[in-house]
Design a protein around this ligand. Structure first.
Ligand code: ADP
Ligand code: NI
Length: 207
């Protein structure tokens, strides 16, 4: 696992969009919490997928297929079995919010846990900070009343940004209802309340 962590650290070292090693470490920690409450989970699969989940993300790397092959080679080099590699790759290539906008992919319990852990790190106080950090990186404005949040987007539409505040309505507020595990849902509800208070206060000050 230390070798996986070192590999990921190097892959994400130049990230300034909120998908850096600190994000990965928080997702790994949340994954461990969720594993402890789900006896059917396989911690080797889930923790490895948590470490690797953003290495092949198409919004972060130019050639996701080549990156996926590189991850497969890395896992083989570390003596992961063919079945383990298949399971891990299946999770990290199907868990993202954008991938699941037009289709809904059924993940195994390990994938459900990592997806919940990643989504928990997108909400609450950290989630607010990451959204503004991401928006700033891509040159989005914080807020513009004339731009309404969009509904029913496909992946291509989702990737065309509007405003950071719209992102709360277009994704972040929806996450509690999309959680797979009970524990994550409970945490997500608290984090959503915190974000709702923030957005209300933000709009009050804005006006
Ligand atoms: P996924 O990788 O699951 O498809 P995203 O692409 O939405 O998820 O990226 C994960 C995180 O990046 C979000 O939770 C958020 O913090 C940030 N992010 C993505 N798109 C935006 C956006 N348009 N505005 C602000 N933050 C964003
Ligand atoms: Ni992530």
């Amino acid at each position: 696992m230390q070798k996986i962590a070192n590999f990921v650290k190097n892959e994400l070292k130049d990230d300034h969009t909120g998908h850096d090693l600190a994000h990965i470490n928080r997702v790994v920690a949340l994954t461990k919490t969720l594993i402890s409450e789900n006896p059917k989970a396989n911690s080797k699969i889930a923790i490895t997928a948590a470490y690797l989940h953003d290495v092949i993300d198409d919004k972060l790397v130019t050639d996701p297929n080549a990156k996926t092959n590189q991850v497969i080679d890395k896992l083989a080099e570390l003596n992961f079995s063919k079945i383990e590699i298949h399971k891990i790759i299946n999770i990290i290539t199907h868990m993202s919010y954008s991938k699941n906008l037009s289709n809904h992919y059924e993940l195994d319990i390990n994938g459900q846990i990592v997806q919940d852990a990643d989504r928990l790190d997108a909400i609450g106080a950290i989630g607010i900070a990451r959204a503004f950090y991401f928006g700033g990186h891509f040159g989005d404005v914080m807020y513009d009343e004339s731009q309404q949040p969009r509904i029913n987007m496909n992946k291509v539409e989702y990737r065309k940004h509007t405003t950071v505040i719209n992102h709360f309505y277009e994704k972040l507020f929806k996450l509690p209802d999309l959680m797979n595990t009970k524990t994550a849902r409970k945490l997500a509800v608290q984090r959503k309340l915190y974000m709702e208070n923030f957005v209300n206060e933000f709009k009050k000050e804005w006006h």
